[in-house]
Design a protein around this ligand. Structure first.
Ligand code: SF4
Length: 363
């Protein structure tokens, strides 16, 4: 049984986000019939209060919603009984929009999960929510802050909330220290051509409030590679992420979407990598069902053309088919026009900057 095969030591708080990221990129096995994973990502909602330019979610292919409460608890229990010991509560959306979040974290800790975590934009992390998260027993919180000044934050996140987020970051840090919690606090910063030069400034200003800051390069998992290249990428070489041509994620992590699917990917906008509806199939069956095994085989044989993974690895927007058409959601191209969204926001921002410069010259 998978549970017995796992030693507790293996799952202890790995002590630092970089180590965790590194460990997550090295699965314990590359088998098509794969050992049950140690890590679960459970998506509380796909709704988001921000609209980041580099995120495919902002014009959402799927209907927005919250995970069903009973389903969330069933998945947490099932995964724990099969040996999973870490759970992240996020996916495509902002987890703090789900009012049951703290209940899920507390339930996971009560079951025995050793590590619970979220990634949040932080805008809704009021003192009340911060206290509730700490009380529930959360082990780490990662703020996603993708600019170092209010105007660039507005450009990237689409919301004028830089000051609110920084205040929430500082208060969360202060609260965890006052309460003498072991909760870790991290920040991630996705660098675009507009914000890459501010990395050092960001680090100087905010490293005192976090255990670590991770800078990442702007990249797409296959939904908007052309748009990012044309308008946002800072030109970093991100292809090294997939040197082996095999993605570790499909061998080492469970991703449960708010609508109850098991997906092979953490940001599966359209359920194109969904392998099962967990309302009809158990987590254990789904993890090694025919769709999951087939995708792993195709990765190992480097035969991915026509899948979302091919576009992700080759950084392109080629035609793709879902693994399981019954679970897929098709994009409404009238609504989902990311290029237009990016261009409109950049144009507005540039006009605003020009007005500011002109006003400065006239003063
Ligand atoms: S799209 Fe495929 S290759 Fe890319 S991150 Fe997701 S699972 Fe991995």
């Amino acid at each position: 049984m998978a549970k017995e095969a796992m030693s507790k030591k293996e799952y202890k708080n790995p002590g630092g986000i970089r180590k965790r990221m590194d460990e997550n990129s090295r699965p314990r096995s590359w088998n098509i019939q794969c050992e049950f994973p140690a890590n679960l990502l459970l998506e509380p909602t796909n709704l988001c209060n921000h609209a980041c330019l580099m995120c495919a979610n902002s014009k959402g292919a799927k209907k927005g919603g919250m995970i069903d409460r009973e389903l969330a608890k069933r998945i947490l229990k099932e995964a724990y009984e099969l040996g999973t010991r870490e759970v992240g509560f996020y996916g495509m959306g902002e987890p703090l929009l789900n009012k049951n979040l703290e209940e899920y974290i507390a339930y996971a800790k009560q079951l025995g999960y050793e590590y619970t975590y979220i990634t949040t934009n932080g805008a809704l992390l009021s003192e009340e929510r911060a206290r509730a998260l700490l009380e529930a027993g959360i082990d780490s919180v990662k703020f996603s802050i993708n600019a170092a000044s209010p105007d660039l934050y507005y450009l990237i996140h689409g919301k004028d909330e830089f000051d609110t987020v920084i205040r929430n970051l500082i208060e969360f840090d202060s609260l965890r220290k006052r309460q003498e919690r072991n909760t870790a606090l991290y920040i991630s910063y996705i660098a675009t051509r507009y914000t890459a030069s501010d990395k050092e400034k960001f680090k100087r200003n905010y490293q005192g409030y976090a255990d670590d800051i991770v800078f990442l390069d702007c990249r797409s998992s296959g939904d908007m590679a052309d748009e990012l290249d044309a308008y946002l990428s800072a030109g970093a070489d991100t292809d090294g992420l997939f040197k082996s041509g095999i993605c570790p994620m499909i061998f080492n992590k469970l991703h449960v979407t708010y609508d109850g699917c098991l997906s092979m990917c953490c940001d599966d906008l359209q359920n194109y990598l969904a392998v099962a509806d967990l309302k009809e199939e158990s987590l254990e069956e789904a993890w090694n069902n025919a769709y999951a095994r087939d995708l792993r085989k195709r990765h190992l044989e480097h035969n991915l053309k026509g899948t979302r993974c091919f576009n992700c690895m080759n950084h392109c927007n080629g035609p793709i088919e879902p693994l399981n058409p019954k679970l897929a959601v098709y994009i409404d191209s009238k609504r989902w026009n990311k290029e237009q969204e990016i261009r409109t926001r950049i144009d507005k921002w540039e006009q605003y900057k020009r007005r500011q410069e002109t006003a400065g010259l006239e003063r």
